[in-house]
Ligand binder design. Structure first.
Ligand code: NAP
Length: 438
């Protein structure tokens, strides 16, 4: 029997568990750990609440989770309740599927001002992540600035722009819906330090911005390159740029019909966040693109900002003693191998890129590496104590484990508490989750 511990129950974790099961059938036992009492990581707390079709992939993970040889071990914080070294004593292979839960920093003056958030916190807030449920952003002002031109920036801008009715069918948590319902926002500026050809937004997601009830996307046609230049773009980005072109063609009277404007501000590199205690504006420097890089022109201007959300990428949490690539913000690894018997997968391996589906081949490729290491004897003799050993240690330490069956009870309670048309009202408090589970 092979014993594998996977730390993190998000997409990377469950695809790896699925791959291990395919690889070894009944000859493997996989324990999937999560520090939260609930599974699915980014599916639950990262994917936008109005993107339920993306969240439905959780059904596939549930199928894996419900098999005998895969087990969910919730409410166990590796690094606090037990160490990586202890896990390595117990399992033949330990896989870090911990994602990239921390915001990259802008490194700007004023970043610490009130009402300035990183997207990890802000997205966690509207998605009911227990660590960020108390964030309380003040949305009473008129102007929001969203920094970055990736899909997370799009998610944040769209969520800020939507009406209450547009959240029908979503699982946005009640505290966020209340705050958004009462928001005073009239303008959301999306800041890109580079140009339309360098956006990281995918076409389907960008297209949604053109169909909002009370918000209208505004693109300055002077920022767009010649249309013929789009031919060099990769097809996905070309489609996204076509959306920008259609936004640029929206006539003024149509903008005027909408209460909220979502403005794309290209070639605008934020250089400072300004305010007295609380943010009041963002200073940006105009840029031009040289060899694909944004180079400042020396011209600066100021954008009013009552709330700022920086959506500029994420970093994995380092763990003392485990090699870490500081520059890339993920574990230092060679195709998923960190140290003997210690692996990483998903964002913890490759950094925060790709879609949920990208984690599937990632998980399968990692299991091949683990299989190679077992075959070659690199891991020594396999067949450590595995879950029995862990259970003994958990008992000794009096850990309050949440099982998958407990999670199903939490899930039922969340479904029962849902407002009309919504799939669930999430618990945002860890104790409440545990209580519902037990
Ligand atoms: P991302 O796609 O890497 O975009 C980050 C953006 O931040 C880029 O526009 C980048 O500009 C900008 N940026 C970085 N540092 C900056 C700085 N110091 N100042 C100003 N701008 C800065 O990251 P993401 O949006 O966080 O998304 C992470 C991953 O999740 C992506 O693969 C994304 O597609 C995926 N995702 C997918 C969905 C979906 O499919 N629905 C939803 C959300 C997220 P430069 O290009 O100039 O560096």
């Amino acid at each position: 029997m092979r014993h594998i511990a996977i730390i993190g129950s998000g997409p990377a974790g469950y695809y790896t568990a699925e791959a291990a099961q395919k690889q070894w059938g009944d000859d493997v036992q996989v324990d999937v750990f999560d520090k939260l009492p609930v599974p699915y990581g980014l599916i639950r707390t990262g994917v936008a609440p109005d993107h339920q079709s993306i969240k439905s992939v959780a059904r596939r993970y549930e199928k894996t989770a419900l098999t005998d040889n895969v087990r969910f071990v919730g409410n166990v914080a590796i690094g606090i309740d037990l160490s990586i070294a202890e896990l390595q004593e117990l399992y033949d292979a330990v896989v870090m599927a911990t994602g990239a839960p921390n915001d990259r920093q802008l490194g700007l003056d004023g970043e610490g001002l009130g009402n300035v958030f990183g997207s990890a916190d802000f997205v966690g807030w509207y998605n009911g992540h227990p660590e960020f449920a108390q964030l309380s952003p003040d949305l009473s002002g008129k102007n929001a600035v969203v920094i970055g031109m990736g899909n997370v920036a799009l998610d944040v801008a769209r969520i800020l722009a939507k009406t209450e009715a547009e959240f029908a069918g979503s699982d946005i948590v009640a505290h966020a819906l209340d705050a958004l319902k009462n928001s005073g926002l009239a303008k959301i500026t999306i800041l890109g330090r580079r140009g339309p050809h360098q956006i990281m937004m995918t076409p389907k997601e960008l297209g949604e911005l053109g169909n909002l009830e009370r918000a209208s996307p505004r693109v300055d046609r002077n920022d767009l390159p010649e249309e013929a230049d789009d031919a060099i773009l990769e097809p996905g980005i070309r489609k996204s740029v076509a959306h920008l072109r259609s936004f640029a063609a929206i006539p003024e009277d149509m903008h005027a019909e909408k209460a909220v404007e979502v403005e794309f501000d290209f070639f605008a590199n934020p250089t400072a966040i300004v305010g007295d205690g609380k943010v009041a504006s963002v200073t940006v420097e105009e840029t031009q693109i040289e060899n694909g890089k944004a180079v400042g022109t020396g011209t600066t201007y100021s954008i009013p900002a009552d709330v700022v959300v920086a959506c500029i990428g994420y970093r994995t949490s380092p763990i003392p003693g485990i090699p870490f690539d500081e520059r890339a913000g993920r574990f230092a690894n060679d195709a998923g191998r960190i140290l003997t018997g210690l692996y990483c997968v998903g964002w913890a391996r490759r950094g925060p890129s790709g879609t949920i589906g990208t984690n599937r081949p990632d998980g399968y490729a990692l299991v091949e590496k683990i299989a190679e290491d077992i075959e070659s004897g690199a891991l020594g003799r396999v067949g450590k104590a595995g879950r029995e050993g862990f259970d003994a240690l958990a008992k000794e330490r009096d850990l309050d484990i949440v099982t998958f069956q407990d999670w199903k009870k939490i899930e039922e309670a969340e479904a029962a508490a849902a407002r009309d048309g919504s799939p669930r009202e999430k618990f945002v408090d860890i104790e409440a989750m545990i209580k519902a589970g037990h």
